[in-house]
Design a protein around this ligand. Structure first.
Ligand code: SF4
Length: 433
């Protein structure tokens, strides 16, 4: 099924489209967080997992300061800090690491899945964390499974941490039995409230069994095989998808479940794969879609005609641009993305208004010049750019908030729009005061 078919089924009409639009490619200095950041939302998802960053004090500070303001829970992450003597090769890092892991696991018997997360320093000294993970897994089996992935900041963007983490899980997923019925695998971390809402819609449509990756508990890792149909919940899961496809899973082509239109088209892709009658699909989706449209209409009044500029940061920029332009009437100036995964984003590109400037990668100074010249009402960017732009009088939205906030599905469509409306309201109040 092509992207267009999936959309037509959901009643979404492409308007113009950017599938073949020229893309400005830049390979200059970029301002992004590293993949360690993913731990901040992932540690809340798999409740019996622990993320042990093998890194420097800088890595520890990044995680603590990012997490410190965002979570109030029993920590499920920590840093094994590499000292100067480790970096100089004066200590056997593997021995040190084994001791840290042994101490952690004896103190925390609730941990069933431990991720050793690589960082720039561990990569610089070529510490082989994959080998360490298999050595430690043998030592702590069967109670604890130990895996490794890299969250290093070199040439990555912060959402790639989730991709690397889920990709590390794929080889440990059980094999589907040949007699198993087709199942739906939703891939990408979603808030539990969103998972529950989506599960109810799938149940009403008669689509299932439905499984989620990542699961809520380490022992709930779903099986995968040729009878698995997968729907991507996030646009930044290139490596995970490739590994799942190598296990036989088939990706259902759909836009991402942001806004009413995206959610309907995403659900329609599953409905088509399961042969759900149109009437049953409408009964499950239309009342929810209608409520969401009503909730959005108030925000559309506020946001319509406002110009928005996306700096490349979260890799969610293209689906977000589609949502704000089509459902909120905002005007796109530039839509930057760190990577443009053409295959996964094809249905989204078809829906973007023709004429939107797309850019991939970053040359931060040049992009700032373009941003200033465009005079946008709102800029979506990383934390590093937000402060200077605010100081210049431009309203900004931190793109990382879109990962911490439940934004997918019908019930969250208005919350997602709120995230764009709030900075504009705040700035309007500042002007009045
Ligand atoms: Fe900095 Fe690299 Fe550590 Fe990330 S992994 S905090 S970029 S040193």
């Amino acid at each position: 099924m092509s992207g267009s078919d999936a959309l037509t089924a959901a009643g979404a009409a492409p308007f113009g489209g950017c599938s073949t639009a020229p893309v400005l490619r830049e390979r200059g200095q970029h301002e992004v967080f590293c993949g360690l950041t993913g731990i901040i939302w992932l540690h809340r998802k798999i409740q019996d997992a622990f993320f042990l960053v093998v890194g420097s004090r800088t890595c520890a500070h990044l995680i603590q300061s990012a997490a410190g303001v965002m979570i109030f829970a029993e920590p499920r992450f920590g840093t094994a800090i590499m000292e100067e003597k480790d970096l100089a090769g004066l200590a056997d890092m593997n021995d040190e690491l084994d001791k840290v892991v042994d101490r952690l696991l004896s103190r925390r018997p609730d941990i069933k899945l431990l991720f050793l997360v690589g960082s720039c320093p561990s990569e610089v000294i070529k510490l082989d964390l994959a080998r360490a993970a298999s050595r430690l897994s043998r030592r702590h089996a069967p109670d604890v499974k130990i895996l490794a992935y890299s969250g290093s900041g070199i040439e990555t963007t912060f959402t790639q941490g989730e991709d690397a983490c889920l990709a590390a899980l794929v080889p440990t997923m059980p094999y589907e039995e040949p007699q198993d019925p087709p199942s739906l695998l939703v891939v990408g971390a979603l808030a539990e409230v969103v998972e529950d809402q989506l599960r109810r819609v799938f149940d009403e449509m008669g689509v299932g069994p439905v499984k989620f990756l990542p699961p809520r508990r380490a022992d709930e890792l779903p099986s995968v095989g040729p009878n698995t149909r997968m729907l991507l919940a996030q646009p930044f899961l290139g490596d995970t998808t490739r590994l799942l496809e190598a296990r036989g899973a088939q990706r259902l082509v759909a836009p991402f479940p942001l806004g009413v239109e995206g959610t309907t088209a995403w659900l329609a892709a599953a409905a088509r794969a399961w042969g759900v009658p149109a009437e049953r699909f409408r009964a499950a989706t239309e009342p929810r879609a209608e409520r969401a449209r009503r909730a959005l209409s108030r925000l559309r009044t506020e946001l319509e005609g406002k110009k928005i500029f996306f700096f490349p940061d979260s890799q969610m920029e293209i689906p977000l641009a589609r949502f704000v332009s089509r459902e909120l009437g905002m005007k796109l100036t530039e839509v930057g993305t760190p990577y443009l995964h053409r295959q996964h984003l094809a249905p989204e590109l078809e829906l973007l208004p023709a004429g939107a400037q797309l850019s991939e990668g970053q040359d931060v100074e040049r992009q700032l010049d373009r941003c200033r010249a465009a005079h946008p009402d709102l800029v979506v960017c990383g934390l590093g750019l937000a402060n200077p732009l605010e100081a210049e009088g431009t309203a900004t939205k931190w793109s990382i908030e879109l990962l911490f906030t439940p934004v997918q599905g019908y019930e969250q469509a208005a919350d997602l729009a709120e995230l764009f409306a709030r900075p504009l309201r705040r700035r309007a109040q500042l002007k009045v005061a």
